[in-house]
Ligand binder design. Structure first.
Ligand code: HEM
Length: 177
């Protein structure tokens, strides 16, 4: 998994809970925390950090992953807003994850491990996507979509429905209010 996913996670912990928590996490997981944005690290390491954070804060793992997604979208936009086509709407962005946004991500970071999002249904105010990834990070997707709605100043309702366990497939419905 790409280093920016790790560096931004530790940044979020520092922003929201202070550096002492980052220190505690690294001590308890035995990780040294010296991630670089363009490096690649084991996905299991990310899970270790999230599990330790959940134990220390009492916040459930899916809730932590979702909050992280929300935080991450803002961070991605700080550095990569130019990846978004001009005047794109939120629904169009969500419909272009596979055909455009993550394609551009792969050009920047050729070893990125990305999910796939197929479009099951779409109108100007809603979209239904099928998320597929062995990493099972649909809660991260939900958080990213929440962060995306804040970025576009939209309000939306997001629904999740697991469709299949192997391969892991989850239907994500987004309805703008
Ligand atoms: C709301 C829109 C988006 C959604 C729902 C989304 C979803 C996801 C998810 C769920 C992952 C985790 C990997 C996995 O599930 O297998 C991921 C990874 C990633 N996404 Fe997106 N994404 C969105 C927008 C973006 C944008 C705008 C950027 C860049 C500016 C971006 C860059 C990345 C990067 C760099 C990774 C990490 C790849 C790796 O670790 O190797 N995403 N995305």
């Amino acid at each position: 998994m790409l280093g920016i996913i790790f560096t931004n996670l530790l940044d979020m912990v520092e922003d929201k809970m202070g550096y002492a928590m980052v220190d505690e996490l690294l001590l308890s997981t035995g990780l040294d925390g010296s991630y670089t944005g363009v490096g690649h690290y084991d996905f299991e390491e990310l899970l270790k950090i999230v599990v330790a954070l959940s134990e220390k804060t009492g916040i459930a793992i899916p809730d932590l992953i979702e909050s992280y997604g929300e935080y991450l979208f803002g961070k991605l936009m700080q550095n990569h807003a130019s990846l978004l086509p001009e005047n794109i709407t939120m629904i169009d962005l969500l419909s272009e994850l596979d055909s455009n946004i993550h394609v551009e991500v792969l050009k920047l970071y050729p070893n990125a491990t990305l999910p796939t999002f197929s479009i099951l249904d779409k109108s100007h105010s809603h979209i239904v996507l099928l998320y597929r990834s062995p990493r099972q990070l649909e809660q991260l997707a939900v958080g990213l979509i929440k962060g995306c709605s804040e970025y576009f100043d939209e309000t939306c309702e997001i629904g999740l429905e697991t469709m299949n366990s192997s391969p892991h497939e989850v239907k994500i419905s987004v309805n703008l209010q």
